[in-house]
Design a binder for this molecule. Structure first.
Ligand code: ZN
Length: 252
């Protein structure tokens, strides 16, 4: 298929090296599990990258060839160079690259740089989570029921220090009484951003069909848009719109 969406799945990838429980859950890494279900879509071209790869897996030639960047990070956010996080933000803002932050990526440098807050939240032990679909007409919610029982997941609770979302698609209820805005979007520059909360490394939720559907939908939604008009880069000097319209009329 022509014009495939180029997806890069970035994973910190260190839990899988050190923790037997995570290795057993995700033998090919969290990135491998995500790549496996996304590869069922023949309009996606999938690459994976991890923190311990050269250039953190994202040399310029990879980043600049990525339409949608998915990000899973947890313990080693600080090992991601500021310069790289800045390049990711700039590519979202100016080139329209989609960015999908998963689970503990709420504290990752790229997510914080893109949305502009520190991403702090309330945290608790594993408990039952029910995810409510608040915006069923949104492309990311296509095929998702009114609510679904995720099973046991690490509790992420409010207050969640994010800017007011542009769209609030999913909200979660936790057994202990907490609630959490678990699926939110942002429009930044000419790019689209989605944060989705499930995906703790010792839980099987990247195998959950609804989680897979939501992330698959999100990749397609976040893909850069083709514009019918020039998108300004920097501050180009240009004709004012009235002169432009008059000139177009005169040419007719
Ligand atoms: Zn976690």
């Amino acid at each position: 298929m022509e014009n495939k969406i180029k997806v890069t799945i970035w994973n910190e990838g260190r839990h899988e090296k050190k923790n037997a429980k995570v290795q057993a859950m995700y033998p090919n890494g969290i990135h491998g599990a995500i790549a496996e279900f996304l590869s069922k879509c023949d309009d996606l071209e999938i690459r994976t990258a991890t923190l311990d790869d050269p250039d953190c897996g994202l040399p310029d030639e990879v980043l600049n060839d990525t339409d949608v960047l998915m990000w899973w990070g947890h313990m080693h956010h600080n090992d991601v160079p500021e310069e790289l996080a800045g390049k990711i933000r700039d590519r979202v803002y100016s080139e329209g690259m989609g960015f999908i932050a998963m689970h503990s990526a709420h504290k990752s440098k790229p997510f914080r740089y893109i949305v502009g807050t520190d991403g702090n939240l309330s945290w608790g032990e594993d408990q039952r989570e029910i995810i409510w679909n608040l915006l069923p007409q949104h492309p990311i919610a296509a095929g998702i029921p009114e609510y679904f029982d995720l099973g046991v997941e690490e509790m992420y609770g409010e207050p969640f220090r994010i800017p007011q979302p542009d769209e609030l698609i999913f909200t979660s209820w936790f057994e202990g009484g907490n609630i959490f805005r678990s699926g939110v979007t942002y429009y930044r520059g000419i790019g689209k951003v989605f944060y989705f909360q499930p995906g703790h490394e010792t839980n099987p939720h990247f195998y959950n069909p609804y989680v897979q559907k939501i992330l698959t939908n999100a990749v397609h939604w976040a893909a850069p848009q083709k514009f019918e008009f020039p998108i300004p880069v920097g501050c180009p000097k240009r004709m004012n719109p009235v002169d432009e319209l008059n000139e177009a009329k005169a040419e007719k």
